[in-house]
Design a protein around this ligand. Structure first.
Ligand code: ASP
Ligand code: CP
Length: 333
């Protein structure tokens, strides 16, 4: 694989390989000295045309822990405000020698354009494009699910037999799209729960079930007992119309609160990609409950992004041996 543009770029073996490498990366992050020499001499450019806290910081941490040089570009404060195009910005970065470009953009398809237009030679990683996809979020979510539901030592395992509900603003969520694709690839069952206005046209062709009934899904009446519930942020900045009557009505019908938490089986975990609208899609009791993995998802993001950078950049340099052997040589004592 040369780029990571969509969760659909990964087949089962490829996805499990990322999760396995991420598990090894996570183990190295328990050491006193976290930095590995693996990507010394390589340059990773973070190209952020849209705001981000977790993704931008964790890609930066991941690249630095692998000893790559990191250049951070944010559109705000750059010559984009003078009207510079994506093409000219990309050519400028290429002139600086980028081995990998991590791109977030409000336009769906922007990373795909960067990867295919021939403006840059390096690997392109989609860090969230419009309402389309956010594949590394789906990978860190799968990593978190595997750790909790399959076990710490889950090497080689997928998520077969697990049931995950994804709840809320599916229409505007790139996290939902990437998660449906990746969870399906990994063998999990997915049920999307949303009001009819927040389900995309054509969702019937996605590899998942849908429901409007959150209480029924949480209680296991619709898709069987859940192993995880993933709440989505209501994406106000992408809404140009009223999709529900009021915030109060939305949280009454589709918010996860203490009462709804009690409908879940005892082992089920609560996820959210962040940032959260506390009090809207998720209450403080649910977000801060012992079954919430929201903070852990962020730290897992570093290990998963280390794995993605490692796999893409080591593939680009064409190692004689496979990535697993490389890792064994380079990071496992
Ligand atoms: N941070 C995630 C994204 O950029 C989810 C969200 O913003 O709701 O897609
Ligand atoms: N989950 C996520 O992508 O968060 P940011 O938008 O803060 O990067």
């Amino acid at each position: 694989m040369r780029h990571l543009l969509s969760a659909a770029d990964l087949d089962r073996a490829g996805a499990v390989e990322v999760l396995d490498v991420a598990a090894r990366m996570a183990a190295t992050q328990q050491r006193e000295i976290k930095k590995l020499p693996t990507l010394r001499g390589r340059t990773v450019v973070n190209l952020f045309f849209e705001d981000s806290t977790r993704t931008r910081i964790s890609f930066e941490a991941a690249a630095k822990r692998l000893s790559a040089d990191v250049i951070n570009f944010t559109a705000r404060g750059s010559s984009v405000s003078k009207g510079e195009s994506l093409k000219d910005t990309a050519l400028t970065l290429e002139a600086m020698g980028a081995d990998a470009v991590v791109v977030r953009h409000s336009a769906s398809g922007a990373p795909h354009r960067l990867a295919t237009a021939g403006w840059i030679r390096g690997a392109v990683i989609n860090a969230g494009d419009g309402t389309h996809e956010h594949p590394t979020q789906a990978l860190l979510d799968a990593f978190t699910l595997r750790r909790h539901l399959v076990g710490e030592d889950a090497s080689g395992a997928d998520l077969a037999g697990q049931t995950v509900a994804i709840v809320g603003d599916v229409l505007h969520s790139r996290v939902a799209r990437s998660n449906v694709l990746l969870l399906h690839t990994l063998g999990a069952r997915v049920v999307l729960v949303a009001p009819p206005t927040l389900l995309p046209v054509g969702v019937g062709r996605w590899p998942c079930a849908t429901s409007y009934d959150l209480d029924g899904v949480l209680a296991g009446d619709v898709a069987g007992p859940l192993d995880a519930v993933m709440m989505l942020r209501v994406q106000g900045e992408r809404m140009n119309a009223a999709y529900f009557p009021s915030r109060r009505e939305y949280s009454r019908r589709y918010g996860l609160d203490a009462r709804r938490l009690r409908l879940l089986p005892p082992h089920a975990i609560v996820m959210h990609p962040g940032p959260m609208n506390r009090g809207l899609e998720i209450s403080a009791e649910a977000a801060d409950s012992p079954r919430s993995t929201i903070v852990e998802q962020v730290s897992n993001g570093v290990a998963v992004r280390m794995a993605v950078l490692f796999l893409l950049l080591s593939a680009a340099s064409g190692p004689a041996s496979g990535p697993a052997t490389e890792i064994a040589k380079e990071i496992v004592p």
